[in-house]
Design a protein around this ligand. Structure first.
Ligand code: SAM
Length: 221
């Protein structure tokens, strides 16, 4: 039997095979939250702050790649009372998220496929720590924008090395030129895992916030 790669090394490599990702996150589901606290994970708080301040009236949020539910719990801790939906490929992680009680519904889905939602069906979308596993950035971000109502907000992270390697700035610009979204903020490289993946060097990311559609800035912007 081939020995399993330690979790920190596996995270850094960033598999894009959905079956492998599901297996690894299923195995990790029970220990994930404790490990991420130990690793000083910043992103759920940063993204929850951004959604609540940019869209204080949001009645629904879709958390894509919700995992065990850290982002949902961060949103609830900041007073979000609307409908919260979670999607992930790891059923064991979804089970933990469901038990946490923050989500109105959680559902298994592969984010490398079209999202199981109608057009314009949520007010905001968050995607935290997930883009590493999704190599087709443009297709994924177009799909995110499709399900958010015009005027709604989308916040996603992308590791700083992958931001460059996957030419994410060009994708941002293309979608803006087409009126699919209006970028509000691209913060980074900014702290993501300041202590690394449990002993690896620090990991930074970009935090991209966009308003869906080509709308003029609003008072919250
Ligand atoms: C680092 S965790 C982040 C979880 C959560 N957003 C958080 O911040 O704690 C990455 C998550 O992405 C999910 N994921 C990766 N690839 C996926 C795919 N193709 N479809 C659905 N979920 C995926 C994993 O199962 C895992 O739960």
């Amino acid at each position: 039997m081939v020995p399993e790669v330690p979790i920190g090394d596996w995270l850094h490599q960033g598999s894009t095979d959905p079956d492998e990702v599901a297996d690894r996150y299923d195995e990790w589901a029970q220990g994930y939250d404790d490990d991420l606290v130990t690793w000083n994970y910043q992103a759920p708080a940063v993204v929850a702050d951004s959604v609540v301040s940019r869209h204080p009236d949001a009645g629904s949020v879709l958390d894509v790649g919700c995992g065990t539910g850290l982002v949902g719990r961060a949103l609830r801790a900041r007073g979000f009372t609307g409908r919260l939906l979670g999607l992930d490929i790891s059923q064991a992680s979804l089970d933990v998220a469901r038990q946490g009680g923050a989500y109105d519904s959680v559902e298994q889905a592969d984010l490398q496929q079209p999202l199981p939602l109608d057009d314009d069906s949520v007010d905001a979308l968050v995607c935290v720590g997930v883009m590493t596993y999704l190599p087709e950035v443009e297709a994924v971000w177009r799909e995110f924008a499709r399900v958010v109502r015009p005027g709604g907000v989308l916040v996603t992270t992308q590791r700083d090395d992958l931001w460059d390697a996957r030419d994410c700035q060009s994708v941002v610009d293309r979608l803006a030129a087409e009126g699919i979204w209006t970028p509000l903020e691209i913060a980074g490289p900014a702290p993501y895992l300041p202590d690394g993946y449990g002993g690896t060097p620090e990991v930074d990311c970009y935090y991209l916030t966009a308003r869906v559609g080509g709308s003029e800035p609003t008072a919250e912007d």
